[in-house]
Every structure is written in C-alpha cells, then in structure tokens.
Design a protein around this ligand. Structure first.
Ligand code: 4YB
Length: 464
C-alpha cells in the first residue's frame, strides 16, 4: 500500500528512518537525516535571498547533487520549481521564463538569465551550514499545490510547462510500484535528467518508498550502475550499455520508455541478465502510464492502477493518477484535458490481445502520392537491422509525390547504406521504402534525452 505522507516525504523519512541511506553520491552514503539537514540549510539560504512561497524558481543544470537539493528545497519553501535543460537556447529562455512567472534562477554553471529573473547564488553541499538552519522557514507539506513545472518537447513553437502537484507525482509512482517491485533496500540510479519527466519519475518513486537514490556521473554507464538495483533508461542508453561488458551488474529491473522499444533490445538485455519493463508515459501524466515486463511482443501492456485508457479514432486518451493540473501560462493554469478529464495524447494506438501498442504520433503522419505514411512504421522495421540502433524517417518535398520518406539512421560501424532499400523490400510496402539514407550526425545526438525529429528534418533539408 502506498505510503501516506503527513510531511514533506524527505522530512518524514528523516524522522522514520533517520539512519537509512537516502542517497549514494558516487560512492558516499547520505542518510535521510543528513539529507533533510542539507535541504533545510538550503531552504534558509534561498529564503534569505528572498525566495518565497508561490514564486517560481528555475533550476538550470545537469543532475548534480546540488541540483537535486535545489529541487527539494524549492518545494519545501512552497515555491514552484522549473528544471531547465542547460541546452535550451537563451532566446527561448528569455521568451519562456516571463510566461512561466519565474522570479529566480539557479544554475550549476555561469548562465545568462533574462532581466526579469534574479540569479540565486551557486553553492556547494560541503560548506552548507546544516547545524543552525531555521526549520520554521519550511512551508507546510502541501501535496495538492501546483509546485512542479516540466517542459514538454512540443514539435513546434514554444514548449509548454505541465504543472503537477506532489500528490500527482506520488500517485504516479504508487501506481507503477503496485506492479513493479521496488523496496526500501533497493536503489534507483538517477539515470535521466530532472528537467525531463523521466528523471522526476525516479525521484518520486524513491520518495514514495523511502528507498535509495544513486547519483553518479553517467559515463560510463556500466560503472554508474554498479550496485544499483533499478534504472530508467531510454532505448539508446540500453543499447550502449549492452555494447559495454556489463556483467558486474546487480540490476533487478530496468524501466524503459520515451520511445518505441524494440523486442530485439529487451531480448538482448534478457540474455545479459537484465530484466526490462516496457513503459509508455509522458510529461502530462508525470511519466509512466502503461507498463509490462518485457516479453515477446512490442506492446506496452495495460494502464497501471489509477489510470484509464480509451482509444478514440485510434488516438490514445488517458486520465487518472499523475495527470497534470494543466499548462502554466501567465499565472494561470490552462486545462489540458477535455470536460470529462481525458488528456488527448496525439499518439495513435491499437489494442491487440489485450495490450496497448503505440503506432506513432499523429503529427508525424504525412502523405506520399495519396498514401499515408506513418514514419514510425518504417522506423520500427529499420531498427530490427542488427547494425541499426535508432532510425528516423522524415518527409522531404517531392514534385511527383508531394512528399517522400528519407531515413536517417544511428548505426554501428559496418552498415552499408546502399543495401538498405533492398533489405527493406518485402518487409514494408513499396511506397514506404525511403528514397535515401543518411547516417545520423553526432551534433543531433546532444541535448535532451530525445533526438528532435524537427532537428533531423531540418538537417536533411540542409544537406539535400
Ligand atoms: C513512446 C513510448 C513508447 C513514450 N513507445 N512512443 O519513467 C518512465 O516512464 C520512463 C522510463 C525510462 C525512460 C523514459 C521514461 C519516461 O517517463 C518517458 C516519458 C516521455 O517520454 N515523456 S515525453 O513527454 O517527453 O514524451 C511523450 C511521448 O513519447 C509520448 O506521447 C509518445 O509519443 C512517446 N513515447 N513512450 C513509443 N514506449
């Protein structure tokens, strides 16, 4: 049964199990008592700089120990936290932060904040004076307040900020953990960024159970995973891990998600002794909504406890625990669901043999000579090629057909692009076979956890 919290979860664990290990930083164990002291100390630091309940604070950085403390301290002050990808262009930030009512900015590295944002000082955990911090500055545990803002990766225009309550994050976590075993003695690697919902998903599962969170440099991944029982990975991370000699692992479960999960991948992992879960989730639902232990099919299972699913004209509609209150805009929360509470995902899905299959994003569909092409249908076949780890199919304009598919692949050495069309023959219909193939350039692999389809499309337009 899910834990009931009467206090900020880290404070509650600090009184219930003060000496248990809350965090492992590289190799160093931090107890819940120590963690709560650190958060309190940072609360006073931020408070004395002027941070108050109801304000907005942007946190720019990678998953450092300081960034995580910042996340918890901002919540504990009753302020809204907005984790930001350091790769977000300055111009976009300058446009976005006023709309999101961000008053303060904290960054782990020198960062340029727009004029409307006051910088908070950088700090290091070591000299934080944890002994004389003033716990009266703490806001009441307010699980139903809009406290986190997570940017969506919309395919065009400004990203939107989905607003969640702590309660929604905890409910999302509880639903998954009713299916997946994750207990107090277990440790989950913070293997994805806090500015993405998948990283926050790890945090709230850890808090839900009072288990151990592992914070390490992520390169190389096999070393980061040493001693960890759980990790959340996107498929490309798991491919890379399997290329390393990953046999020192005690991993019990890897939760996969964020993109289509090839059966080839989970079977290879199984052979290496890693059990996988296949998940389907999104920012607006505070991460995972459907999941299953990996098996021989490419589906994502059924909705987790507390979630409901409906297919309407093949579009996936979801509602239930984890759902955001809405998108933050100019101090208001714009609803993101219909009058019955359903969130229309813009993902196309099918139910087969009682489980959900993700077909692709509705916005990715394009037409070629009158035939609809769903790029993901071609990508799913391309990644079954033993040398292809990731594939993107994008439309390019064509005088005869309107648009034609072109493929960009992330491949292991040795792949012969000129053989791919004949390799695809018989596996997909003729009009789906791409006109040309490119190798994914390294510059598109930087940034967030996902490669932007728009960036791939623009890159192809440039070289053509
Ligand atoms: C998918 C998909 C799938 C998402 N097949 N398309 O905790 C987790 O659940 C987790 C664990 C490991 C890695 C990632 C996660 C996530 O949270 C992923 C959540 C996410 O990607 N959110 S998002 O807002 O950035 O994108 C959502 C979209 O991603 C969905 O609407 C789908 O289009 C796509 N997606 N899982 C195929 N299994």
């Amino acid at each position: 049964t899910p834990t009931v919290f009467n206090h900020w979860p880290w404070q509650q664990w600090a009184s219930e199990q003060p000496n248990a290990t809350a965090i492992i930083r590289e190799q160093q164990s931090i107890s819940w008592r120590r963690l709560a002291d650190e958060v309190n100390a940072l609360c006073s630091l931020f408070y004395h700089h002027g941070v108050r309940a109801g304000q907005g604070v942007a946190l720019n950085g990678k998953n450092s120990p300081e960034l995580l403390l910042g996340y918890l301290a901002i919540l504990q002050l009753g302020a809204r936290v907005l984790p930001l990808n350091p790769q977000l262009p300055d111009a976009l930030q300058a446009q976005l932060l006023p709309i999101l009512n961000i008053d303060w900015g904290w960054s782990s590295h020198p960062a340029a904040w727009p004029d409307s944002v006051k910088p908070l000082p950088s700090f290091y955990i070591e000299p934080l004076s944890v002994d004389n911090s003033d716990t009266s500055l703490m806001a009441d545990w307010s699980s139903a307040q809009p406290l986190t803002m997570t940017l969506t990766s919309g395919s065009s225009g400004l990203p939107k900020a989905a607003v969640h309550t702590p309660q929604a994050h905890l409910a999302n976590a509880a639903g998954l953990l009713q299916r997946m075993q994750f207990d107090a003695g277990d440790s989950w690697l913070l293997s994805l960024p806090l500015f993405h919902v998948s990283g926050q998903g790890v945090i709230w599962r850890w808090l839900q159970k009072g288990a151990t969170l592992v914070q390490r440099n992520m390169h190389p991944l096999d070393q980061a995973l040493a001693g960890c029982t759980h990790a959340s990975l996107v498929p490309t991370q798991l491919w890379r891990l399997l290329e390393q000699d990953a046999n020192q692992l005690v991993l019990k479960q890897v939760l996969l998600g964020g993109a289509s999960i090839p059966v080839e991948l989970t079977e290879r992992a199984q052979q290496a002794g890693i059990s996988c879960w296949c998940g389907y989730g999104m920012t607006e639902m505070a991460s995972t909504t459907c999941a299953k232990p990996a098996d021989a099919t490419a589906g994502v299972g059924i909705p987790l406890p507390g979630r409901e699913l409906q297919l309407v004209d093949n579009e996936i509609w979801l509602r239930g625990s984890g759902q955001a209150l809405g998108y933050w805009q100019q101090g208001e929360i714009q609803p993101l669901s219909d009058s019955q509470g359903w969130f229309h995902t813009r993902d196309r899905g099918e139910m087969r043999n009682g489980e959900l299959y993700i077909c692709g994003r509705m916005d990715n569909l394009f037409f070629s000579g009158g035939e609809g092409i769903q790029p993901e249908d071609i990508e799913r076949v391309l990644v079954t090629h033993p040398l292809i780890e990731q594939a993107f199919v994008v439309p390019v304009d064509d005088v005869e057909f309107g648009q034609r598919p072109v493929a960009v692949v992330d491949a292991l050495p040795g792949l012969d692009l000129s053989q791919l069309s004949s390799w695809l023959e018989g596996k997909i219909t003729r009009f789906q076979i791409p006109d040309s193939y490119y190798v994914l350039p390294a510059e598109l692999k930087q940034g967030g956890i996902k490669i932007s389809r728009l960036a791939v499309k623009e890159w192809v337009m440039h070289i053509k």
